[in-house]
Write a new protein. Structure first.
Length: 201
């Protein structure tokens, strides 16, 4: 059993698609015109269209870090989403797309269309990241590499070469020259000696 809504009841959808970041206004208008044509041809009703501008993607898609986001909100019937996504798939400038069903069994007459809410001119640009101003500080000096401290030791003295110790001896005295002793004769003795000799006799 197919779940087909009658013409007086519709489903509400949201589709977001991303265009190549370098797409100009002519390309955006071409894609927007194709989407509007598909919705009107299948008796749908475009409720809202917004160009969110060039924004950073959560991850690069086809090597593109950014993309132009287009948001559509519309009412449609059974094959509306299939046909719209088929057309987006055929366009080379469309990088990615996603459709979500927001509501079911909606009365199209209860959802009026406001012209000011349908615009493909960029309304929101991604704000530039805020960079806090900081005072200029002197450049940080790189810390010197840590060197293990070693105790400073006196330089090692090379051992003196061993020399055989020689006992110091007193210098040898040269023997005094021998003098031949001569006998003293009586005649040679002094007079006092002679008198002493006589007394002793």
């Amino acid at each position: 059993m197919s779940n087909v809504l009658p013409k007086h009841r519709a489903r509400e959808y949201e589709t977001i698609f991303i265009l190549h970041p370098e797409s100009d206004t002519a390309v955006i208008d071409k894609v927007a015109g194709r989407c509007q044509e598909v919705i009107s041809r299948l008796d749908g009703k475009l409720l809202r269209a917004e160009n969110w501008g060039n924004r950073r993607l959560a991850y690069p898609v086809k090597k593109n870090p950014k993309g132009i986001y287009i948001y559509l909100r519309y009412l449609g019937y059974q094959n509306m989403v299939h046909e719209l996504e088929r057309n987006l798939r055929m366009l080379d400038t469309v990088v990615k797309y996603l459709t979500v069903k927001v509501d079911e069994d909606v009365d199209p007459e209860a959802r009026p269309v406001r012209e000011e809410e349908i615009s493909f001119v960029p309304r929101h640009e991604e704000p530039e990241p805020y960079v806090a101003k900081t005072e200029e500080k002197a450049p940080k000096k790189e810390p010197e590499p840590k060197v293990a401290k070693t105790e400073e030791k006196a330089p090692k003295k090379e051992p003196e070469p061993k020399v055989a110790k020689v006992e110091e001896k007193a210098p040898k005295k040269e023997p005094e020259p021998k003098v031949a002793k001569t006998e003293e004769k009586d005649g040679d003795k002094p007079a006092e000696q002679d008198s002493a000799d006589k007394d002793s006799k």
